[in-house]
Design a protein around this ligand. Structure first.
Ligand code: ADP
Ligand code: MG
Length: 566
């Protein structure tokens, strides 16, 4: 391998030349204690910055194996290392000067959730790879190699040594990070053993600082479980932890406006991810497969069997293979439920704030005036029990304005001044004097999930496929937009970057007319599990900037991709 001395010589030679001469720096260079790989060199100083990675061999990084010998521990350590490395690197961004993006240094920005990212990967031998972007400096379009030397020889070595070697880190903090990961994994296991859909620890902080900041709210009312719902877990490190256990089944969250119902639900939605220490939700853990269900007017629906909820449409439209390019509130929410079931989700999270009323309930007067036979919709309330009893799918539902669900709920929580109260007995008593008017709807057929995808793709194998993502909102594949704004459990734009690559991979490999949409989603998950993101990237190097989505979001993305023909 070439050495850092040779890299310095090369940089001296190309100084003041035209920008393309930077391309010669591509390759791996042995530095003291690590390898620097220049994986991709930007075309000019204004283009997307160059991709660089650093590999510290396991022997030198020297992390004790018990910090990464299991997946959840490895992900937590990787997450910790990115954050440490980012802190170091931040101090040097734009310290080297020049035109355009000259001097930029950047690594993935990690939010409150702990995700598996390509920004940092530990392999079996404990060697650490970190991926970053560097704006190679220029004056105008002329190489300024001295500034790049500053970055590569003065700034970066210190950043690497301070953040990627075990001996330079705070061993106690690293240990704490691992313990939290193990405790969180333990709670996830306990959920299924105790038949819980979710657990919210006492003293958790659920509300966020502002609508645009995910940090914990200061001076928030801390969560405290009602006595009747208390569960005490014995975590391997934290020890005894008490909180509210939400049992599998049907749970209703009621309460006056502004009393914290949606805030609780939001925390449960994100409880499918682990949170960092100090977030306030580190012990809010939800069934991994939980899915937020909402109305999503305007989405496309491809051959979804929504007959459980919608039948006999006036235009005779088939609701077993329901298709539309512009769904209504109720049809979109029905499709969202069925698609969640197809992913194997065992918990639906619904907020009346974002639901279609006619999908959720039909009030008594309406039932008297408009007979069931002339209403295509069987509302969710008529299916919620069936979903649990026949399919094992639980529901946690926020409903402040309609009492109808009192009859169906196994557990009723009232949020009162941000604190939950168990009002199940009282609400059931009251409900007994308001019997439901209608006969229960007849049991529905199991939904048909088999949806073959046609070979008819929006592009050919040899076409250049351009993928762009816009924050957490959408993915653009060539000219096709996949709108993901309402897939609310996507928590990081890097997950969309991965979804974009997955869509491309699926089209090139699975959609040859022999696979169903469900097969494709399952294959994609398998590849991700076995090979990580490198399994789906076609290029010669693994780029940073990718975070893993869940299986549920992979399905959600395929389901919203209008380019697929079914
Ligand atoms: P609801 O859905 O019941 O109408 P929200 O959950 O939207 O109420 O909460 C209303 C407001 O109260 C929000 O601005 C939220 O940030 C704030 N809030 C929620 N929970 C707490 C809490 N535990 N402590 C302080 N403020 C809170
Ligand atoms: Mg609300």
């Amino acid at each position: 391998m070439k050495t850092s001395v040779q890299l310095r010589e090369l940089l001296n030679r190309i100084d003041h030349k035209g920008y393309p001469a930077y391309k010669d720096t591509k390759g791996s260079w042995q530095f003291e204690g690590y390898i620097l790989s220049i994986d991709h060199v930007q075309g000019d100083p204004f283009a997307a910055p160059s991709k660089v990675s650093v590999q510290v061999p396991g022997k030198l990084a020297a992390f004790p194996t018990e910090l990464y010998d299991q997946k959840h521990k490895r992900i937590a350590l990787q997450d910790y290392l990115i954050r440490q490395f980012a802190k170091q690197v931040q101090a040097f961004t734009f310290k080297a000067k020049g035109s355009g993006k000259s001097g930029l240094l950047s690594v993935s920005h990690c939010g409150q959730e702990i995700l598996e990212r390509t920004a940092c990967e530990l392999d079996k031998n404990g060697s650490v790879s970190v991926r970053l972007e560097i704006g190679f400096p220029a004056n105008g379009r002329t190489i300024n190699a001295r500034e790049l030397c500053k970055i590569l020889f003065d700034f970066l070595p210190g950043c690497v040594k301070k953040s990627l070697y075990y001996r330079s880190l705070d061993a106690k903090a690293v240990q704490k990070n691992r313990e939290l990961a193990e405790d969180q994994a333990f709670i996830r296991q306990e959920l299924s053993r105790l038949k819980l859909a979710a657990f919210v620890a006492n003293d958790s902080i659920l509300p966020r600082e502002t609508g645009v900041s995910d940090r914990p709210m200061k001076n928030a009312v801390r969560f405290h479980s009602p006595k009747s719902m208390e569960v005490t877990l014995k975590l391997p490190y934290y020890g005894k932890l008490t909180g509210m256990g939400i049992a599998q089944g049907i749970t209703l969250v009621v309460g006056g406006g502004y009393h914290g119902k949606s805030t609780l639900l939001k925390a449960l939605e994100l409880g499918v991810y682990n949170h960092i220490a100090g977030d306030g939700r580190e012990y809010v853990i939800t069934d991994n497969s939980a899915m937020k269900i909402r109305a999503e007017d305007g989405r496309s629906i491809k051959q979804v069997d929504i007959s459980m909820f919608i039948n006999n449409l006036p235009n005779q439209k088939d609701t077993i293979h329901f298709c539309t390019e512009d769904a209504s509130g109720s049809t979109s929410q029905a499709a969202n439920v069925i698609e969640a079931m197809e992913t194997g989700s065992k918990l639906l999270l619904i907020d009346e704030d974002t639901s279609a009323t006619n999908f959720m309930i039909r009030d008594e007067l309406m039932q008297r005036v408009v007979h069931r036979d002339s209403e295509p919709i069987t509302p969710f309330i008529d299916r919620v029990t069936e979903l649990f009893e026949n399919y094992g799918v639980s529901t946690i539902l926020v409903a402040g304005s309609s009492g109808s669900y009192f009859h169906k709920a196994d557990c009723i929580i009232q949020m009162d001044h941000y604190l939950p109260k168990d009002i199940t007995d009282f609400a059931k008593q009251e409900a007994a004097s308001f019997p439901l008017a209608e006969e229960p709807a007849s049991v529905s057929e199991k939904p048909n999930y088999i949806r073959p995808v046609k070979k008819d793709l929006p592009f050919c194998k040899n076409d250049r496929i351009k993928i762009k993502t816009q924050g957490k909102d959408s993915i653009l594949i060539n000219r096709e937009t996949i709108d993901l704004r309402y897939v609310e459990q996507l928590t990081d734009s890097e997950q969309l970057n991965t979804l974009g690559q997955l869509m491309k991979y699926a089209q090139l490999h699975f959609f040859d007319g022999t696979h169903t949409l469900g097969d494709a989603a399952e294959y994609l998950c398998q590849i991700l599990n076995q090979k990580g993101i490198s399994g789906i990237c076609s290029g010669s190097y693994i780029p940073g900037g990718f975070a893993l989505p869940r299986k549920q979001e992979i399905y959600a993305c395929l389901n919203r991709y209008r380019g697929l023909k079914l």
